[in-house]
Each structure stands twice: as structure tokens, then as C-alpha cells.
Design a protein around this ligand. Structure first.
Ligand code: CP
Length: 361
């Protein structure tokens, strides 16, 4: 793909472009991501590269010598973890990824403790972070803010990369990467991630992880998608339009027990009531038939897996955790490895990792 430079395009011209046309502006000259903003940036060759790199990193990290090698790789870099929305997994896995690679970190997790509280704009805040750090990992409730900040920084004297750690209801690209990594690993001894059915369950209307994963799955051959949700929380038309355009087999419904026997992966999600427009809006929706317990386990094929981006509430019974098909704890740890790989690739040290792996493992 021919790369373009964000410095050559005005924000008013860039912002309305379809995501596919934005991608060339987000790449380094060798085609690796500079800014990571959208799931759609990742095509199959790039996903394969990240998967291989993650596997190599986790193998290298098994020994003290390997950890010491990884720890030296980018110890000259610093990353700002700018999370203006609550997070446990994404924050901690990015922090761990930085620690694995020796990247020093700073953080703002509550804008009431930064100068945003005094009225500083997001643009000025991010430019301030770029004065001290070499990368910004940001989570924000505002759709499109990560992309705006990427444009701002690319047009500043310190053009450092931005990684979107979740923005609005729209995008969670690195969650989708770890979900894909989990699926690839789960099916690698069963013919790979192809000819599979993924059943998405729960609050699909407001789940950015589902939107991003649905998109990335279209890179893999013959992946059927089934969306199971109450009518009020069903997946958006824009996601379905994307599947129609690409000729991806899919269907929507509200009968979880009917869908489970068809599943290779069941992707559960919680009700995202933090996005309610009015108080009690979500509580009025009956979600009782969109939970996974022992009865649902009995319907699940033996090779299938249960995923969840977490945090969960009551949509997966704790008793399910003991079943070997419950993948969500391993899925969460996979996030640390894929994010380590993404940071390594962004900072251009993937070739050194391949070399070490070839020579030592
Ligand atoms: N899956 C996920 O994004 O979790 P956190 O909100 O805890 O980061």
C-alpha cells in the first residue's frame, strides 16, 4: 500500500474520509502501523505478522535471558497511558507490555488530576504529553478523538504515535487484535481460523469490542457471524452493511440456545449501561435470556470456545469458568502479548525479535 502523510492533509479533508482511505495516512513507510486507530487498518498479512511476533515474544519471555533481551529493546522510549475512561485490563496489559519491552511509562487516569481540570483543551493536553513521551496510548469516551489527536500530533513538532485503547462506542482495535489472536491460537490445530461460526451475544448495539472484532473477522475466509441480542441492543446497521458489502454470511436473532450448537466461538458481552441516554434505560430491557450458564454449556460443541472481553456482570455464570472451553481468562492474558507485539512493531524492533527467536529457540 502506498503510504501518505497526515501532515499533507487538512483535518477538514481527512476527517470525513471513509476509514479505508484513512489507513494509508496511519502507516510507516514500510507499511507497519504508526498510529493505531481503527480495526480496519489491519489486513490479513499484518494480522499474521502480529500473531507470529506475539508467539515469538511469549516464547522468548519464558526465560530470564529472554526477558532481559526484551527488556533492553526499547528501554530508550517512554509511553504515556492517557485513560480518561475506566479500565482494568487494557490499562494493565499496556502497562505490562511496556514493562516487558523496557518502555518507561507515565499515566493520567483521571482528568480531574491533570490541567484539563483547569480548562486545558484535549489538543493542548496531548501536545503536552508528546513533549515528554514517545507514544500515547489513549482511551476516551469520545468517538473520533484518538484520530483527531493523531492528526494534531502528526502536524506538530513532536509527531509521536497514538494507539487507540478504546474510543466511544465505536472502536477498540487492540481488543479486536487480542480476540483474533485468541481465535487463531484456539483453532491453529483444528485447521486454522477459517470456515467457523462466531456467535456474538448481549449488548451488541453499544459494544465497541464487537464492532471492531466483526470487522477484523472479515479478513478470514468463510467466517459466519451470528448476532444474538434483545431487539433494543441488536447490532447496528452499519456493521451489517459492511458484512453485506463483503458478502459475509450472517444473521441476527434473539435465541441464544438455538445458536449455541452452531458455534465455534461464543462471544459474550455485558450490558453497557454507561452509555444510557436516560436513567434506567438498560434496566428496562429483559436480558435474562442472554446469559451463559451450565445449561448453555451442555449445548456447546466440544471444540468450541467461550470468549468475553470482560469485565462481566452476570452474563456468564462463575461455574462456567471451570470448563476448559472457557477462554476469557486466557483471552485477557493474550492481550498483554499482542499489545507487546504492537508496541514492538510500532517502534520498529520486530526484526530484532525475529532474529533472537531464530537464534535461540
Ligand atoms: N476489555 C476491556 O477493554 O477491559 P477494560 O475496560 O477493563 O480495559
Amino acid at each position: 500500500m502506498t503510504t501518505k502523510r497526515l501532515v499533507d492533509v487538512a483535518w477538514d479533508a481527512f476527517e470525513p474520509l471513509p476509514v479505508e482511505q484513512k489507513t494509508p495516512y496511519l502507516l510507516q513507510p514500510d507499511g507497519t502501523p504508526f498510529h493505531t486507530l481503527f480495526a480496519q487498518q489491519f489486513d490479513l498479512p499484518l494480522l499474521d505478522r502480529l500473531t507470529i511476533l506475539s508467539n515469538e515474544i511469549r516464547a522468548i519471555a519464558k526465560t530470564r535471558a529472554g526477558m532481559c533481551f526484551l527488556h533492553e529493546l526499547v528501554c530508550h522510549k517512554r509511553a504515556m497511558l492517557y485513560f480518561s475512561q475506566p479500565s482494568s485490563r487494557t490499562f494493565l496489559s499496556f502497562l505490562s507490555a511496556c514493562q516487558i519491552l523496557g518502555v518507561q511509562t507515565g499515566e493520567v487516569r483521571d482528568t480531574s488530576t491533570s490541567s484539563e481540570f483547569k480548562g486545558e483543551s484535549r489538543e493542548d493536553s496531548v501536545r503536552t504529553f508528546s513533549s515528554y513521551f514517545d507514544m500515547i496510548v489513549m482511551r476516551t469516551p469520545e468517538k473520533g478523538l484518538a484520530e483527531r489527536m493523531a492528526w494534531v500530533l502528526s502536524n506538530s513538532e513532536r509527531p509521536i504515535p497514538i494507539i487507540n485503547a478504546g474510543s466511544g462506542k465505536d472502536q477498540h482495535p487492540t481488543q479486536a487484535l487480542l480476540d483474533i489472536y485468541t481465535l487463531v491460537r484456539s483453532f491453529e490445530h483444528l485447521g486454522g481460523l477459517r470456515d467457523r461460526t462466531v456467535v456474538f451475544v448481549g449488548d451488541l448495539a453499544r459494544g465497541r469490542t464487537v464492532r471492531s472484532l466483526s470487522n477484523l473477522l472479515t479478513n478470514y475466509p468463510s467466517i459466519r457471524q451470528i448476532f444474538v441480542a434483545p431487539r433494543q441492543l441488536q447490532i447496528g446497521e452499519d456493521v451489517l452493511d459492511n458484512l453485506r458489502r463483503r458478502g459475509i454470511e450472517h444473521r441476527c436473532g434473539d435465541d441464544l440456545r438455538a445458536a449455541i450448537p452452531e458455534a465455534d466461538a461464543v462471544y459474550m458481552t455485558r450490558v453497557q449501561d454507561e452509555w444510557d441516554q436516560e436513567k434506567g434505560e438498560s434496566a428496562r430491557v429483559d436480558t435474562s435470556r442472554f446469559t451463559f450458564g451450565i445449561e448453555e454449556l451442555k449445548l456447546l460443541p466440544p471444540h468450541a470456545i467461550i470468549m468475553h472481553p470482560l469485565p462481566r456482570r452476570d452474563e456468564i455464570a462463575p461455574a462456567v469458568d471451570r470448563d476448559p472451553r472457557a477462554m476469557y481468562w486466557r483471552q485477557m492474558r493474550n492481550g498483554m502479548w499482542i499489545r507487546t507485539a504492537l508496541i514492538a512493531m510500532t517502534f520498529g524492533c520486530d526484526k530484532r525479535i525475529h532474529e533472537y527467536y531464530r537464534q535461540n529457540l
